[in-house]
Ligand binder design. Structure first.
Ligand code: NOJ
Length: 556
């Protein structure tokens, strides 16, 4: 296995809007990030993935970009960006920026031109189509509710938007558009960033003719834009035109609906496309027919099967990303742990898993504090376009049960992760002196960075230790993976191996005590403790595990 810095790195994701406000407008900003870099250095992370910092009307909090070379006004200036980048680099932290090029904002000058007339030079930058029998060109649905097409009276055509109608899809069939994207990448690489997280990277290529999609799923049309016919051609081209120029650059593709077979191409070990991808199977396994607001109960055996599959099947062929949370997912401790009595134990257990698997681990801001899902009094408190549109579509204009939808939103909704960072127990958790753009989670008085840093037994210090251990032991990064006791509905047990170095990981996913039996295939001459969220020594033996106990051993 080729060694690379980005395989050994632990990445921390910052959602700038909610990280740290420096000027009292209630919105996080770049100066705010710069002021918190010592904290990140103390945690020990190697790189930051920064959610979009570009100019945007914020229909989808920056994932709708109106100028790819400009900075979002609320976030500050280009000088602020330069300073932030320089201060990161000084601390040995690399910077990965988000690149959102499946679509732009409808306020981008390309789209403003494009919609003017059918013969405008920018017309083909987007996906325009005639209607069919006085209706939309096909039956595709937007991932933010309703049709994926918007009618534009001016030219009597529809444009495609897989996300909101303010996020028109760019036409990747047009080579000029692709060159624009490569120029934007060059611009930021020249500025000194270390790579990109590519937003919805699996969606650039659409089936020619844009046929109707199957209607048995929430996202109708998906099979015609996920991993489409030219997608690998596009990434090979991007790689030749951009990645090949910058030796140390890292790219991570957000590839919902990616299969192991597809991932082997996107994240191929030969470096022909991207460095790695985010797979989505473990975060969507509860969705019924792909509908995120219609959920089945969590099943640990199914979850383990997914996690283990991605461990073993990419081995040596492609590189994996490891994550439990991001700005689109709820808080991991609320989802898979226990955010009340065993909040600390379960958060530590979950990250013991992420930090002892093969792949590059990502920590989303606040996860190192065990921040939890939020519970608001009213739907009005939510700001997320996905939540608001689903509510309008299903409750206001449909006949969905409001209590049931609210329950789903409280469990899975994106605003759970977007409540501002909880720095201390002062007003608004030290996030802002103004009014936060999204209501704080009231538990900031107990759960915050100041408290966590002061407590030697905190999740923060445990995360720090997990990072240090991963930096120290190559087996945690590169070791091959083997699972035991696969049908056990309570425990996740696996080993890692790199040459002589071996590791055993035992995770109790329940709030009950569970019996662990050392698999008989495992032979131990000598063992020591790698990490544990309870008092433990390094003796590998059968034992009774306490609620959410996690133990990792090194052994030969
Ligand atoms: C994925 C991003 O992570 C999400 O926040 C956004 O809404 C969509 N892509 C559209 O850009």
């Amino acid at each position: 296995m080729d060694k690379k810095w980005w395989k050994e790195a632990v990445v921390y994701q910052i959602y700038p809007r909610s990280f740290q406000d420096s000027n009292g407008d209630g919105i996080g900003d770049l100066k705010g990030i710069t002021s918190r870099l010592d904290y990140l250095q103390e945690l020990g992370i190697d790189a930051v993935w920064l959610s979009p910092h570009y100019k945007s009307p914020n229909d989808d909090n920056g994932y709708d970009i109106s100028d790819y070379r400009g900075i979002m006004e609320e976030f500050g200036t280009m000088e602020d960006f330069d300073e932030m980048q320089e201060e990161m680099h000084k601390r040995g932290i690399r910077l990965i920026v988000d690149l959102v090029v499946n679509h732009s904002s409808d306020e981008h000058k390309w789209f403003v031109e494009s919609r003017k007339s059918k013969d405008n030079p920018y017309r083909d930058y987007y996906m325009w189509s005639d209607g069919k029998d006085g209706k939309e060109p096909n039956n595709w649905t937007s991932r933010f509710s309703g049709s994926a097409w918007e009618y534009d009276e001016n030219t009597d055509q529809y444009y495609l938007h897989i996300f909101s109608k303010k996020q028109p899809d760019l036409n990747w069939e047009n080579p000029v558009v692709r060159d624009e994207v490569y120029d934007i990448m060059d611009f930021w690489m020249q500025k000194g960033v270390d790579g990109f997280r590519l937003d919805v990277a699996s969606m650039y290529s659409k089936t020619p003719g844009l046929p109707d999609g199957k209607t048995d799923r929430a996202n109708i049309g998906e099979e015609h834009y996920q991993n489409g016919p030219r997608i690998h051609e596009f990434f090979n081209e991007m790689n030749q035109k951009v990645m090949s120029k910058y030796k140390d650059m890292m790219t991570v593709g957000e590839t919902s609906a990616v299969t192991v077979e597809e991932a082997k191409k996107y994240a191929a070990a030969d470096g022909s496309e991207m460095s790695m991808v985010f797979q989505f199977e473990h975060v969507t396994m509860e969705y019924i027919n792909g509908d995120k607001f219609n959920l089945r109960p969590f099943d640990l055996v199914a979850f383990k099967k997914i996690m283990s599959k991605w461990q073993t099947e990419l081995e040596g062929l492609a590189w994996n990303s490891l994550y439990l949370a991001n700005h689109d997912q709820p808080r991991s401790v609320s989802r898979w742990g226990d955010d009340k009595k065993y909040r600390k134990e379960s958060a530590k257990m979950l990250y013991t898993m992420i930090m002892t698997m093969q792949g590059t681990p990502y920590i989303y801001q606040g996860e190192e504090l065990g921040m939890t899902n939020v519970k608001y009094d009213s739907i009005e408190d939510y700001q997320d376009i996905q939540i608001r549109n689903a509510w309008d579509d299903r409750v206001v204009n449909g006949n969905a049960n409001p209590d049931e939808l609210m329950k789903a939103i409280e469990y899975i909704g994106r605003d759970n992760a977007r409540t501002p960072m909880q720095w201390d127990d002062s007003a608004n958790g030290g996030f802002t002196t103004g009014k936060p753009w999204l209501k704080m989670n009231e538990n900031y008085r107990e759960i915050n960075a100041a408290e966590s840093r002061a407590d030697s037994d905190s999740i923060f210090h445990y995360m720090q230790k997990l990072i240090q251990q991963r930096h120290k032991y190559d087996v945690a990064v590169y070791g091959s993976f083997c699972e035991y006791d696969k049908e056990n509905p309570d425990l996740y047990v696996y080993t890692r191996q790199l040459g002589e170095q071996k590791m055993l990981v035992v995770l109790n996913f329940t709030k009950e005590e569970q019996k662990f039996t050392l698999p008989k295939e495992i032979e131990v001459k000598k063992s020591e403790l790698y990490i544990s969220n309870y008092e433990n020594d390094g003796t590998m033996e059968d034992k009774m595990l306490r609620p959410y106990e996690a133990i990792a051993y090194l052994y030969v």
